[in-house]
Write a protein that binds this ligand. Sequence first.
Ligand code: FES
Ligand code: MG
Length: 584
Amino acid sequence: MSHQDPKTTKLRSAQWFGTADKNGFMYRSWMKNQGIPDHEFNNKPVIGICNTFSELTPCNAHFRQLAEHVKRGIWEAGGLPVEFPVFSNGESNLRPTAMLTRNLASMDVEEAIRGNPIDGVVLLTGCDKTTPALLMGAASCDVPAIVVSGGPMLNGKHHGKHIGSGTIVWQLSEQVKAGKISLDEFMSAEAGMSRSAGTCNTMGTASTMACMAESLGVTLPHNAAIPAVDARRYVLAHLSGNRIVDMVHEDLKLSKILTRGAFENAIRTNAAIGGSTNAVIHLQAIAGRIGVDLEMDDWSRIGRGTPTLVDLQPSGRFLMEEFYDAGGLPAVLRRLGESDLLPHPGALTANGKTLWDNVKEAPNYSDEVIRPLDNPLIDDGGICILRGNLAPKGAVLKPSAATAELMVHRGRAVVFENLEDYKARINDPELDVTKDDILVMKHCGPRGYPGMAEVGNMGLPAKLLEQGVTDMVRISDARMSGTAYGTVVLHVSPEAGAGGPLAAVENGDWIELDCHTGRLHLDVAEDEIARRLEANDPTQDSRTIARDGGYRGLYIEHVLQADEGCDFDFLRGCRGADVPRHSH
Ligand code: FES
Ligand code: MG
């Protein structure tokens, strides 16, 4: 056997497995208990498969099978696959919100990659937070990495119609409240919504983040939309396994792909797909890890004015299965590029080609699902970044999910101090509220909740729903599910729990929203706002006190505001993948 001297090779893993001495013996010998022959350790790229499999994350519960197909591709290309688990953020079960542990998962990923004999990594992502968490962790190491998403569920079915993950829940629960459908009918939709393995089949956060990964260039083409149970998903996993081995040989690290240009492409893409507001937070966080200086205003500057072409729920009609059949993300990127709306067509992607090379001949099989530029679903699909004395560091609104007439609105504030206060009073027949008022909720931000829950799309008061009201302006420091809709101002920062001006809003204050100029204004004298904020010490709010210690305490102490992606202050930046000291 001839284990190479680590100085003559560029593989990280050779610094574990590449020496015929005590250290090499120890690193190899224990690995051999898995039945790995000696020659596998002889300078073959070791490829980590970072797996977010968990039966508590139903969206990622098919990942053992997905990993097997990745492994086939790695073996075939001459690599050594090593699968490892990381913390799995499941959106549907985790309380108080999967966002609380996104950063925890990213730390898990980063330390697992750096501390282990890994030359390149395949990131198996699916449910909402798993995509940003794994990209954040891998970006902080800056190793060659490729994302393989789990793929969306098949279309939901109910009473002979297609129903979309999440979106149908919001719709039906409002219909129950308004007395339009029975509770039995509501319950019977439950089984039909989630018919197969995979992630939410709407253009919610999971599908959005899969599209973000593809437009950033960190996946093979078509990764975003192939259904989870489609054999072509497994082919893509196999090919990604092939490709990562070459990426290691080419030293195609994440920093060569995740450039500023890549993020600008992704911002445009998010507008074209009618993507989730959560993408703003996650892309800010990923950019912060790789050292790209992305500003909130970049979302307005680059995204606004871009039409939404993809007619998917919650903004439109169809679901991910139809999106893939129509041509998937490559067809969208081609349409953008042909209209000079792809800011950086020459951006490098994981397969070694440019983004434009990958999509320039992509077919489009349905102008209904992926609409032409001259007949878009929404003329201006970009995320609206709002600023003003109510949100000095910004807030966001998704125009494609909003009601056009409410996007310029002046209304009287109806204030809820927190989620519990909202729940206790929203359906009170005595609540002083009209359809022209603005619902304001505080203390649901990163520190205040903690974890910035998806509660910003507050359901409307039952008495207004009964009158047929379908939308109102709502403002909070919370997030909202990518499957939700409404004229909802989110991510107000700084949040109330960090002493932001949102904390100063009182019942009856007038608030002005203007999505055309990007203004969010509290019509109260500045000295009065200052006086109210002084009287309202945020550290007195029990929700902002890290009294429990543990991870929650760490989170509250170190989480940054939404404009910096809610990352931890100590996690921003790339720390590289220098091989640590020996363990023995
Ligand atoms: Fe996991 Fe929607 S809940 S993808
Ligand atoms: Mg979601």
